[in-house]
Design a protein around this ligand. Structure first.
Ligand SMILES: [Zn+2]
Length: 1016
């Protein structure tokens, strides 16, 4: 099965390589995240996209022929029934659909059907190439049980190529047909949902046929076809024109950035006179002064206090500062001035920067630790209701308990040529037989099992189930790893040295063939310690320069997959104490070190900069962690071999990059890079090399300041067009963000939370855990389906969007389905932290829970219904002197009130800080915290009237009836927006301008998270 709407999009590392990726990641200017499937029909009916939606050809009346325009094409001879079947799941879960294809009709016989898609002969969409005597036409017809629509054009001339595109655009309720790049006919006000046409749940009912009809009586197609594509977005006229022109070589298929002067084609454009929220009342933004050490770009404040007119109490102002692409301004001591801008105004705040010779920079120390997952447990809320945390956890625990580990081991056994036990079934999506990423889900699965196992303190039977699965997984993988580089039978030849792995028998070179018949299984030649769900060839091909792709000379991302497997095993080792798990990791760590340590630096740089192929997840983190666990220096050395030099240091001379606070994130694939930054922080932890800390700290600051959506997600560029990339420029979310193919890849937020918590261990800024709360409640909790553990890939935030959930049965994983297993089995892990010396306790989150602080023999029970109420209480059992550090959230600007044992105590609690409550705590002490929630708006940085509405930590979503193209408009009182909002805080349901708002984490239908806000 394939998860709807889910495509992995790894994006390039740097701008220049993006420009060179013609037709790959951004095919004809349209991000691959929008593409469902593509059939080039050059020599087979395989899906060229990475979704593995390979089609079948039925019948014999076809040939692949050479065509003067397009090279090889598929030709139907028109003599006998022959057709192509695209897998029905291709359209599952989709909202809109565009079909783009080339056709070369050779005869005008009656009843030739180009393609016919639908669930049956009453509900379908088809294109007929027909001729009725003198009246000839090409007709697209769409029929559902309730409606019929017809689009016609002149007949397509015979014996020449035509480009045909059909667009079902649900948000704008239109149906359009384009011929040769031009709109031919359209129908507006179409009453239709794709579910009228297709089975959107399983896709089993769908018939997606090319060259034949769902109705009886058609004639065999006599035509050639070429480059048949399905898109999940409604393509616009410009995009279709571009596809047409590129195919005819009239335009170059390079990634094309939208120029500032070009119209914004997809989102409403506002005149500069549109009042921009509070900025409409802004009269001045005072100049500021900052200092920075030589070499490092200054960290300019995101928000500056504004001066407002009319007695308006506006928020601090988002100033958009220029973000240079190098550090030439700060190479020597002195001063200079930076001029910023404020969206929707002509204010020009200034920052006077003093560049000074750095004193010896102190590198921060890691002072905190998380508690073990077995030391914190999630509780029912104070009304004895299940919390969202418990609901989501239980969906995943129950789902995991029902899994068969043999399915997760299937491709490993397949790679090692071992028999499958009874009942073992291959998984789908990215772990299927021929998917070169197979094995990745197994890594996430092992992490999830380990976390679930250690978390369970309340159900011995369930715990035992997880223990059993863990042992079985590790034992099987251990046995397989032992096979590598050892003789199959005593006395037979073998290759123990990882650097001497020969090509498979009978082959001249390495190849990545994973088909049943083509996969090599000669594990005795693979070098000692090797473990993966595919043979070593992908790793070796990558060293030899292989690119990403489907051919046997190409690879997907071998180290990305390996990272998941190694982390899964290390988690098992650390959480359940299974030594064999660590042995497997050491064996493969040695294998990787043996190979990578022999490569010249330029080869490494080339590998890690190679589009998709070189994506390595957090291999640097995994290897540094292995060093921390084992003390073996070669692993730390290996970790550093994964340095992303361009991103971290700008160039081989380490001139700038993130280490110097230079933004190198523009247009990068978000989630490709976040784990690398996590790796930098782990290397810092293990090596104390200060530049690695700066890389992580600067990265976090840039991403959350300049690229973040209100749910805490950070990806989703419209420019460059890819749902998984950072925008082309910082602080341009409106201009360049909100990709049509979706935004907010969920695994990116999983990794951001991990990075955030780890940064907090070094630097206890409340800002970090404020972000953590935002991402946890408004993205991670919001990413799970209502009644199953199915979960989101992208979380779209355009007007009237809807979340799509995949993988309910845990049998077909994408990256995000993988990290969802991890997120939902460790939901309690950041509520509390402690100092390493056990003298300080941090209360970061207000979640019903119990903490067992074993070193201090103290138990703390947090009792609350937060965020359905704005207070919490902590009861302390045990006693002793310690400093209780409580987060005062950034949004708590209506006060933060503290009672100890019922008595109010005076505190100076500033929003966005931690409040220290140092005392000798006694058994039975009760600490009550009250932080009144209020409503506030979070505008998009470069289009302030487009804003999200929050209530305390909770992002509120307008509940929408249908898809829409414009932002929902609401009016709010400029002096006090709460005057315009009614509702029930205990339910977190509110009405604004007649529309119901609910927490985004409780929203399963259509939503508007961003609104067009007018302050009156
Ligand atoms: Zn993902």
């Amino acid at each position: 099965m394939r998860i709807p709407g889910l495509i992995l999009g790894f994006c390039a590392l740097i701008t220049t390589t993006i420009m060179a990726q013609n037709g790959d990641q951004i095919l004809d200017g349209i991000g691959e995240t929008s593409l469902i499937a593509r059939y080039t029909f050059k020599s087979d009916a395989n899906d060229w996209s990475r979704n593995n939606l390979h089609a079948d050809i039925t019948g014999k009346d076809y040939h692949f022929v050479v065509d003067s325009l397009f090279g090889n094409v598929l030709s139907f001879a028109g003599k006998a029934e022959t057709h192509i079947t695209i897998p029905g799941e291709a359209v599952t879960g989709e909202e809109s659909l565009s079909i783009s294809a080339w056709v070369y009709p050779r005869s005008a016989g009656q009843g030739q059907v180009f393609f016919d898609f639908g669930k049956n002969s009453q509900s379908h969409l088809f294109v007929e190439l027909k001729q009725n005597g003198e009246q000839s036409s090409t007709v697209a017809q769409l029929h559902t049980a309730a409606k019929s629509y017809k689009l016609s054009s002149e007949a397509l001339a015979l014996n020449t190529w035509h480009h045909l595109a059909l667009v079902i655009d649900l948000p704008s309720k239109s149906l359009k047909m384009y011929i040769n790049g031009k709109l031919s006919e359209q129908i507006q006000n179409v009453e239709l949902s794709l579910s009228d046409l297709f089975d959107l749940e399983t896709g089993k009912e769908n018939k997606l046929l090319i060259g034949t009809s769902l109705l009886a009586g058609n004639s065999p197609l006599e035509a050639a076809i070429h480059d048949f594509r399905l898109y999940r977005i409604p393509l616009n006229e410009w995009q279709i024109g571009w596809i047409h022109a590129v195919a005819l070589n009239k335009e170059e298929s390079v990634v094309r950035r939208r120029r500032r002067t070009e119209p914004n084609r997809e989102l409403p454009v506002f005149p500069t006179t549109t009042p921009q929220l509070y900025n409409a009342f802004l009269t001045a933004v005072p100049d500021i002064k900052v200092e920075t050490p030589v070499g490092q770009l200054p960290r300019l404040p995101r928000l500056v206090k504004g001066i407002y007119s009319n007695g308006i109490e506006g928020p601090d102002v988002k100033v958009i500062w220029p973000a240079p692409e190098d550090n030439s301004q700060v190479l020597s001591p002195g001063t200079y001035e930076v001029t910023g801008s404020v969206a929707g105004t002509d204010l020009q705040p200034k920052a006077l920067v003093t560049v000074r010779t750095p004193e010896k920079q102190k590198a921060p120390e890691r002072k905190l630790e998380a508690f073990g997952l077995d030391q914190v447990s999630l509780n029912m809320d104070c009304h004895h209701d299940k919390t969202k945390f418990i609901e989501n956890r239980d969906k995943f625990f129950n789902g995991l308990a029902a899994t068969n580990p043999d399915n997760f081991l299937y491709m490993f056994r397949n790679a090692f040529g071992q028999p499958q036990p009874e009942g073992a079934e291959p998984m789908g999506v990215w772990d299927s037989q021929q998917t070169k990423l197979r094995g990745h889900a197994t890594g996430h699965y092992m992490t999830a099992l380990a976390q679930a196992y250690i978390s369970i303190t309340y159900d011995e039977a369930l715990k035992a189930k997880f223990a059993q699965k863990i042992d079985y997984m590790v034992n099987t993988l251990y046995e397989l790893a032992q096979l590598s580089g050892n003789p199959q039978n005593p006395g037979e030849a073998f290759v123990a040295d990882p650097c001497q792995v020969p090509p498979a028998a009978g082959k001249a070179g390495y190849d990545s063939d994973l088909s049943e018949e083509g996969i090599r299984t000669d594990y005795w030649n693979w070098g000692k310690g090797f473990i993966s769900a595919y043979p070593p060839d992908q790793f070796i091909l990558l060293e030899q320069g292989a690119t990403y792709g489907g051919s046997n000379a190409q690879v997907w991302a071998p180290y990305y997959t390996l990272h998941k497997i190694l982390v899964g095993l290390m988690d098992i080792y650390e959480l359940s104490g299974n030594d064999k798990a660590l042995d497997i990791v050491k064996g493969m760590g040695d294998w990787v070190y043996a190979r990578l340590s022999k490569l010249p630096e330029e080869t490494l740089i080339s590998m890690w900069n190679r589009y998709i192929a070189g994506e390595f997840g957090g291999m640097n983190e995994a290897m540094a962690r292995l060093y921390r666990i084992t003390g073996e220096k070669s692993y730390l050395e290996t970790a550093r071999l994964f340095d992303n030099v361009r991103l971290f240091y700008g160039d081989a001379e380490h001139s700038n990059g993130l280490a110097k606070n230079v933004d190198r994130l523009r247009s990068l694939h978000a989630n490709q890079h976040i784990p690398q930054i996590m790796g930098a922080l782990e290397i810092y932890r293990d090596s104390q090399a200060p530049e690695y800390f700066r890389i992580a700290d600067n990265f976090w600051n840039m991403v959350t300041g300049d690229y973040m959506y209100s749910i805490g997600g950070v990806a989703g560029a419209r420019n460059p067009n890819n749902a998984e990339c950072f925008t082309a420029q910082p602080s341009t979310l409106y201009e360049n963000g909100f990709a049509a193919g979706g935004q907010n890849e969920t695994c990116a937020t999983y990794n951001m939370l991990k990075l955030t918590a780890e940064l907090f261990m070094f630097n206890q800024r409340a800002e970090l855990m404020d972000y953590y709360e935002r991402g946890l409640y408004n993205h991670i909790l919001a990413s799970v389906a209502e009644h199953s553990p199915a979960n989101t890939y992208h979380v779209p935030l355009r007007p009237g969007s809807v979340k799509q959930f995949g993988n309910p049965h845990m049998n077909g994983f994408t990256c995000c389905n993988g990290t969802a297993l991890e997120s939902s089995t460790k939901l309690q892990n950041s509520i509390y932290f402690k100092s390493i010396d056990n003298k300080t306790l941090y209360v970061n989150l207000f979640v019903p829970s119990s903490l067992h602080w074993k070193e201090r023999k103290i138990t703390i029970t947090q009792n609350t219904a937060y965020p359905r109420e704005d207070k919490t209480s902590l009861t302390i059992e045990g006693k002793g002197k310690f400093d209780l550090q409580v987060r005062v959230p950034h949004w708590a600007n209506k006060g933060f009130f503290v009672k100890i044992n019922g008595k109010e105590i005076k505190v100076d609690a500033k929003p966005g800080t931690y409040l220290s409550l140092k005392r000798k705590w006694e058994k039975g002490d009760v600490l009550e915290l009250h932080m009144p929630f209020s409503f506030y708006l979070e505008p998009v940085m470069d289009q302030q009237n487009i804003a999200s509405l929050f209530y305390g930590p909770v992002l509120l979503a307008a509940q929408e009836e249908e898809a829409r193209t414009d932002w929902r408009k609401i009016n709010l009182d400029a002096r006090d927006i709460s005057k315009s909002i009614t509702g029930d805080p205990a339910k977190l349901e509110f009405m604004v301008d007649g529309v119901l708002f609910k927490p985004f984490y409780n929203t399963y239908g259509r939503h508007s998270v961003y609104l067009d806000v007018n302050l009156k």
